[in-house]
Design a protein. Structure first.
Length: 358
């Protein structure tokens, strides 16, 4: 398929508002990259610059080593799947999928073979004579993907393709995109604000905030070793608990609680004695403790039973906290539950960057 190289890409609009700052990314052949972040972070703008729908203000874009920074969108050999499907309502599904090939004046027999092959991949063979209005949202999104597949582009671009679907259809279509990627071994850039989509689809994730890349890595790297407090709080559901603490006397002192730490953590924080830090603990890394050895007590306000797990909301000292405990728990407001932290993350309070070994 294709390799993409984004080198020092900026997007500055005519009113001097900058949407993307110094974006750098190397995309390998056949890799599925997910750009994730909140609304307005610059991820869709970046995708549109790759597609050629937005001009690149500064920097260079390469496709298979060829500079395509100034190449028109129609000549970039990329296919884009939009959030709103963008299907022609007066055409059948077959005609929608064949449209781009018809414009190219390809041989009708070749067009038919490509459309039927794409329909087979996406389970649309029985729908080809219908109009888009006769299909569900999930089926229409598959048609949009099929229209891209028949072009056999070098790069597939997805701009929040599941946003208009309900939760059940989102899950099903997400799995179809993953299977499609594996079947085609295609190079894909995928934009979403949904971190669940990012974690389940991506070979690598690009996490963005306010036009800046915050971290690039595998889903596990962003989940397990977030680069800063933004990534830590954005990736993971429920989000990571954050506590302002001070490291003193080999312990972490928060607002109304104290946390004992091991030798590894003490060594990691050796240069931060007496300083204020941010302690991050994921809800699933808070465990109920039978003996209460840690001295940490969660004062319960509410709980949400999810079947195999229970989200327990409450406070630790003066700080609000959410714990994801195993099993079905029936706590009531005011209950006090001894807990411990199985894993802790540390961040510099001023820079918000993760404190790491070395």
């Amino acid at each position: 398929m294709a390799q993409l190289s984004l080198q020092h890409i900026d997007k500055i609009y005519d009113n001097q508002v900058q949407a993307v700052f110094d974006f750098n990314l190397e995309v390998s052949d056949g890799e599925l990259i997910v750009l994730v972040g909140p609304s307005g972070c610059g991820k869709s703008t970046t995708l549109r610059m790759v597609a050629g729908l937005e001009d690149i203000s500064n920097g260079r874009l390469f496709l298979d080593g060829r500079d395509i920074t100034q190449t028109p969108a129609k000549d970039r050999d990329m296919a884009m799947v939009f959030q709103n499907y963008a299907l022609y309502g007066h055409m059948t599904i077959y005609e929608n999928m064949a449209f781009s090939l018809t414009l190219r004046k390809e041989n009708p027999n070749v067009i038919h073979k490509k459309v039927m092959a794409a329909a087979e991949i996406l389970g649309l063979t029985a729908q080809l004579n219908k109009k888009p209005s006769q299909l569900s949202g999930g089926q229409r999104q598959r048609v949009a993907m099929g229209r891209s597949i028949v072009r056999n582009p070098k790069v597939f671009l997805f701009d929040e393709p599941l946003s208009n679907l309900d939760a059940k259809l989102r899950g099903a279509t997400r799995r179809e995109i993953l299977l499609l990627h594996k079947r085609l071994s295609a190079t894909m850039l995928y934009v979403t604000h949904d971190q669940t989509e990012a974690l389940t689809l991506a070979d690598r994730i690009v996490c963005m905030s306010m036009g800046h890349v915050q971290q690039v890595g595998t889903p596990l790297e962003l989940y397990d070793s977030p680069a800063n407090t933004f990534v830590a709080s954005f990736i993971g559901l429920p989000p990571m608990n954050m506590f302002a603490v001070a490291f003193q006397d080999g312990k972490l002192h928060g607002d109304g609680f104290t946390v004992s730490i091991g030798e590894r953590e003490k060594s990691l924080l050796a240069n931060h004695v007496g300083k204020e830090l941010i302690l991050g603990v994921r809800p699933e890394d808070i465990a109920q403790e039978t003996q209460g050895e840690s001295g940490l007590v969660l004062s319960v306000s509410t709980n949400e039973n999810l079947g195999m797990n229970t989200l327990v909301h409450g406070s630790l000292g003066a700080v609000r906290v959410t714990a994801k405990l195993r099993g079905w728990a029936d706590y009531r407001s005011g209950d006090r539950v001894p807990v411990c932290f199985n894993k802790m993350h540390f961040f510099d309070k001023e820079t918000t960057a993760a404190i790491r070994e070395g």
